[in-house]
Design a protein around this ligand. Structure first.
Ligand code: IPM
Ligand code: MN
Length: 365
């Protein structure tokens, strides 16, 4: 009997379905002659799901995710005009994505900022800054902080509209993400950059306190503290100084997009969102409704998310490495898709599906 992995595939909106197809192709290619199989079931999720079911994370999709071993999720979100037709609380981010994160308590978000030689031409940074490649693992706490804190909006006693939004963490939440970060650092260069803002925010004071306690379990890891605004500058000036970085939810949202900027595109940013029992995997970019259906979206972040799933949910380390290597090889041949042009415009442009085929060809070698 071959081992069967059950995967929930949520293609999402915009370019989601077309890049999801390429991800499936890769999984099917890996299955050939392997001691495992993948059972892939699709579910509606996002803006499209709302128009079909009246819910952007319908019950049928929740049940599918519940019975799956892992979830691959495409980008979600509609054009501004289309979003306006959806009630605020059902709009895909609030109605689907945050509930998905909450449902599986996917507190550990891994966002690799990875720029090997073969991709270096995409980066807008000067060659001497990126020379030797960039390989950062940003670890973002994903189910706490401002995103999930108490929120209140209204009119106060003085008749003024006001908003009150809380940045909340308890020590268990911080401890959990710290253990993830230290373990990651142990498996890499044993250096952990802690991103915080303890000169202003009390939340960072507690964050750093808990970090210091957890650090005692990992005496081999060197901790370096950096304030979040300084981290943004440092990431652009000298990204190669970083290996593993840990940060709270909102800081991670912003700095991981900066990571995409370093690489030259959010299209080069896969991610893993890991909870105690289950994980889901998603590109860090949006659904790009303006280029949907044209076959010009690059599937790298989606296929890269598949590689993260192979590694983190299924322990298929060799397969994960092979997938990343295959994509590097295709880029290394000077091939890309129209949405991901190198600044010098030298690369040959192919369609989304052709890019996927080339990845599979490289994989089979
Ligand atoms: C991300 C996205 C989401 C976030 C949005 C779509 C809610 O920007 O995954 O980084 O802010 O977390
Ligand atoms: Mn974001």
């Amino acid at each position: 009997m071959k081992k069967d992995y059950r995967i929930a595939l949520l293609p999402g909106d915009g370019i989601g379905p077309e890049i999801a197809l390429e991800a499936v192709k890769v999984l099917r290619a890996l299955e050939r002659n392997a001691p495992f199989t993948f059972t892939i079931e699709e579910g509606d999720f996002g803006g499209g799901a709302y128009f079909k079911h009246g819910k952007s994370f319908p019950e049928s999709t929740q049940a599918l995710c519940d019975r799956s071993d892992a979830i691959i999720k495409g980008p979600i979100g509609l054009s501004f005009d289309e979003s306006q037709k959806i009630p605020v609380d059902e709009q895909p981010e609030r109605g689907a994505l945050l509930p998905l994160r909450r449902r599986y308590n996917t507190f550990a978000n891994f966002r690799p900022v990875y720029l090997p030689e073969e991709l270096a031409h995409f980066s807008p940074l000067k060659p001497h800054v990126v020379h030797g490649g960039i390989d950062i693992m940003m670890i973002r706490e994903l189910v706490g902080g401002l995103y999930f804190g108490k929120k209140e909006m209204g009119v106060n006693a003085a008749g003024k509209r006001y908003v009150d939004e809380h940045l909340e963490y308890d020590e268990d939440q911080i401890q959990a993400i710290m253990h993830v970060a230290f373990r990651e650092a142990m498996g890499r260069k044993k250096v952990l950059h802690n991103v915080h803002k303890s000169n202003v925010l009390k939340s960072s004071v507690l964050w750093n306190e808990v970090l210091t306690e957890v650090a005692r379990d990992y005496p081999e890891v060197t901790v370096k503290h950096i304030i979040v605004d300084a981290a943004a500058t440092a990431l652009v000036l000298n990204p190669r100084q970083f290996d593993v970085m840990v940060m709270e939810n909102m800081f991670g949202d912003i700095l991981s997009d900066l990571g995409g900027g370093i690489l030259g595109s959010l299209g080069l940013m896969p991610s893993a969102c890991v909870g105690p029992e289950k994980a889901y995997y998603e590109p860090s970019h949006g659904s790009a409704p303006d280029i949907a259906g044209k076959g010009i979206a690059n599937p790298y972040s989606m296929i890269g998310s598949v590689a993260l799933m192979l590694e983190k949910s299924f322990g298929l380390h060799n397969e994960a490495r092979a997938v990343m290597h295959a994509m590097r090889k295709v880029f290394g041949k000077g091939i890309t898709t129209a949405d991901l042009r190198d600044p010098e415009g030298k690369a040959a442009i192919v369609k989304t599906a052709d890019f996927g085929d080339m990845v599979i060809e490289a994989l089979s070698k």
